[in-house]
Design a protein around this ligand. Structure first.
Ligand code: NAP
Ligand code: G3H
Length: 493
C-alpha cells in the first residue's frame, strides 16, 4: 500500500533534496546546489546538494563506524530488512517510475520495469545470502600434514563499499550494488550519477524505511569531477563498485591504489547474423536490443555483422521496424525513442552520424535530430574506417557491417577494444558454439539480444568493458572475502 508521506523528509518545500547521513536527511552546510533539469523539457525536477570534501569525509567516517555494529547483526535480520525494502519499493513503483521518467527520460514501461526488477533483485539477494555456506578443509590432505589441523573457512564483509552508479539505471544499478554489499555486513556509501541523483535518493529512503541502522547507508551527492577522486581514494573505503564509462573507470583504477574494484564499463556489442538465422526473430531482437531507451544501455546492440547473402533481406526488414519506433515524450504510451540524457550526448551521436555519412555509409533511415532527440538511425555499408564501427554512441544509431565469412565476423568483433557481450543468430548450434567460443566477451547470447538479466546470471566485461563479475551471488562474493580460522588440535596424531 502506498504511504503518501513516506518520502516527505527527502526534500524541502522548494524541492531541494537532502542527503541521508546517519539515518537522517540533512542539508549540506555549503548550501551549494545543483539544479537537475528534465531531459524531456528542461523543467527543474529538483535541486541536489553539491557536497564538499569535508562532508564526504564525514559521511564515509560515519559509515565506517556503523559497519562495525552492522557486521554483528545476524544474517537473517539483515535479510529481513532487504525483504522489507523490496516490498516498499514495489508498493511505490508507480511513483518512483514517474520520477525516473522525469529525471532521465526513460520511457514509462521501462521505468516501471526497472523498479520491479530491482525489488526482485533485492529479494533474491536476501535469499541467496542465506544460502551462502563456508567449508572446512582437513589439513591432512596436504603432504606432510597430520590430522591435527582443520581450517574453518567463512565469508566476512570487507568494510565500507563505495557504490558509484551511472545515469541510465540510477535505481537498479545503485540497488544492485547496495543490496549485496549490505546483506554480507558491509556498510555502503552511494554516490549516484548527478543526473539520476534524485531517483537514487528515493531508493536510499526505501532502504532507510526498511529499518537499516543509522549510518549503514549514506548518500553523497555532487559532481563526480569535483568529489569523485576524493571518494575513491579515501582511506576508509574498502571496496569500489563502479558502473559507468570506460574513461572514468580507467581513471578510477589508475588512482585507487590497492583498493579492490568491480568495474562494469562501456560496450560495443556485436550481433552476428548467419545465413541460416531466423531473420524475423533476429530483427525483433536487434531492434529492441539496439533502440530501447534510445540505445542508452551498456548492452545495447551497437553493431551488426551480417553475412552478405542475407544482408539485403535483413536491412529491408530492419528498416520497417526501425521506422515504426515511436519517438517523443517518454511519459506517453508506447514511446521508445526518448530525448538523450543531455545535449553533449546528442552532439556526440550526431558527430558519429556525420562521420559515417561523410565516409560513404548508406543512411537507411533517421540521421536527424530535434533538440536532444535523435530519430532512430540505421546505417548500411558501414566500413571499418568509420568511427561508428568502433565507438560506443550511447544513442539510437545502429551500423550494419557486411561480412563474407564467419572468420571475418569474429575478427571484426574481436578487434573492438570492448568486450562486454555478443550475440549470434543462427539455427546451427555447432556454428553458434564455434563463434561463442571465439568471441572475446563476458557473455555470448545465442538467438537473443545482449542483456544483463536474469540478474542471478554472471554479468561481466573483459578488455575495456570491465573487471570483476556482477550478478547476485557473484556480487555478494565480490563484496566479501574468505576468512580462515585454523584449529590446531593437541590430541590428534
Ligand atoms: P560516467 O560519466 O562514467 O559516470 C558514471 C558515474 O561516475 C557517475 O556517478 C559519475 O558522477 C561518476 N564519476 C564521474 N567522474 C568520477 C570520478 N572522477 N570519480 C568517481 N566517480 C566519477 O558514465 P554515465 O554517462 O553515467 O554512463 C554511461 C556509460 O556507462 C556508458 O559508457 C555505458 O556503457 C556505461 N555503463 C556500463 C554498464 C555495465 O554494466 N557494463 C552499465 C551501465 C552503463 P557524475 O554524474 O556526477 O559525473
Ligand atoms: O546499461 C547497462 C546495463 O547493465 C544493461 O542492463 O541489459 O538489463 O539493459 P540491461
Amino acid at each position: 500500500m502506498t504511504d503518501n508521506k513516506i518520502f516527505e523528509q527527502l526534500h524541502s518545500k522548494d524541492n531541494t533534496y537532502k542527503n541521508l547521513y546517519d539515518g537522517e536527511w540533512v542539508e549540506s552546510n555549503t548550501k551549494e546546489l545543483i539544479e537537475i533539469k528534465s531531459p524531456i523539457d528542461g523543467t527543474v525536477v529538483g535541486k541536489i546538494q553539491a557536497m564538499n570534501k569535508e562532508e564526504v569525509n564525514k559521511a564515509i567516517k560515519n559509515s565506517k563506524e556503523a559497519q562495525k555494529l552492522w557486521a554483528e547483526v545476524p544474517l537473517n535480520r539483515r535479510a529481513d530488512i532487504l525483504y522489507r525494502a523490496a516490498d516498499i519499493l514495489e508498493d511505490n513503483a508507480e511513483r518512483l517510475a514517474e520520477i525516473l521518467t522525469l529525471e532521465i527520460a526513460k520511457d514509462k514501461k521501462s521505468s516501471i520495469s526497472e523498479i520491479l526488477r530491482t525489488a526482485d533483485y533485492i529479494r533474491f539477494t536476501a535469499d541467496s545470502a542465506k544460502q551462502l555456506e563456508g567449508e572446512t578443509i582437513p589439513g591432512d590432505s596436504f603432504p606432510g600434514t597430520t590430522r591435527n589441523k582443520i581450517s574453518f573457512v567463512t565469508r566476512v564483509p570487507l568494510g565500507v563499499v563505495l557504490a558509484i552508479s551511472p545515469f541510465n539505471y540510477p535505481i537498479n544499478l545503485s540497488a544492485s550494488k547496495i543490496a549485496p554489499a549490505l546483506v554480507v555486513g558491509n556498510s555502503a556509501v552511494i554516490k549516484p550519477p548527478t543526473q539520476g541523483s534524485i531517483s537514487t535518493l528515493y531508493l536510499a529512503e526505501v532502504f532507510n524505511r526498511a529499518g537499516l541502522p543509522k549510518g549503514v547507508l549514506n548518500t553523497i551527492t555532487g559532481k563526480g569531477s569535483d568529489i569523485g577522486d576524493y571518494c575513491v581514494t579515501h582511506e576508509d573505503i574498502d571496496f569500489i563498485n563502479f558502473t559507468g564509462s570506460t574513461e572514468v573507470g580507467r581513471h578510477i583504477s589508475s588512482i585507487s591504489v590497492m583498493k579492490p574494484l568491480l568495474l562494469e564499463l562501456g560496450g560495443k556489442d556485436a550481433a552476428i547474423v548467419l545465413e541460416d538465422a531466423n531473420i524475423d526473430k533476429a530483427v525483433d531482437n536487434i531492434v529492441s536490443g539496439a533502440y530501447s531507451y534510445s540505445g542508452q544501455r551498456c548492452t545495447a546492440v551497437k553493431r551488426i555483422l551480417v553475412m552478405e547473402s542475407i544482408a539485403d533481406e535483413l536491412v529491408e526488414k530492419l528498416k520497417v521496424k526501425v521506422r515504426a519506433l515511436k519517438t517523443g515524450d517518454p511519459r506517453k504510451e508506447g514511446v521508445v525513442i526518448t530525448p538523450l540524457i543531455n545535449s553533449k550526448a546528442a552532439d556526440f551521436v550526431m558527430e558519429l552520424i556525420k562521420d559515417a555519412k561523410d565516409k560513404g555509409g548508406k543512411l537507411i533511415t533517421g540521421g536527424n535530430r530535434e533538440e536532444n532527440t535523435i530519430y532512430p538511425t540505421l546505417f548500411d555499408n558501414v566500413t571499418l574506417d568509420m568511427r561508428l564501427a568502433w565507438e560506443e554512441p550511447f544513442g539510437p544509431v545502429l551500423p550494419i557491417i557486411r561480412v563474407k565469412s564467419i572468420e571475418e565476423a569474429i575478427d571484426i568483433a574481436n578487434r573492438s577494444t570492448y568486450g562486454l557481450q555478443g550475440a549470434v543468430f543462427t539455427e546451427n548450434i555447432d556454428k553458434a558454439f564455434y563463434i561463442a567460443n571465439k568471441l572475446e566477451v563476458g557473455t555470448v547470447q545465442v538467438n537473443n539480444k545482449p542483456e544483463r538479466g536474469p540478474d542471478h546470471f554472471p554479468f561481466l566485461g573483459v578488455k575495456s568493458s570491465g573487471m570483476g563479475t556482477q550478478g547476485i551471488r557473484y556480487s555478494i562474493e565480490a563484496m566479501s572475502r574468505l576468512k580462515a580460522i585454523v584449529l590446531n588440535l593437541n590430541n590428534a596424531e
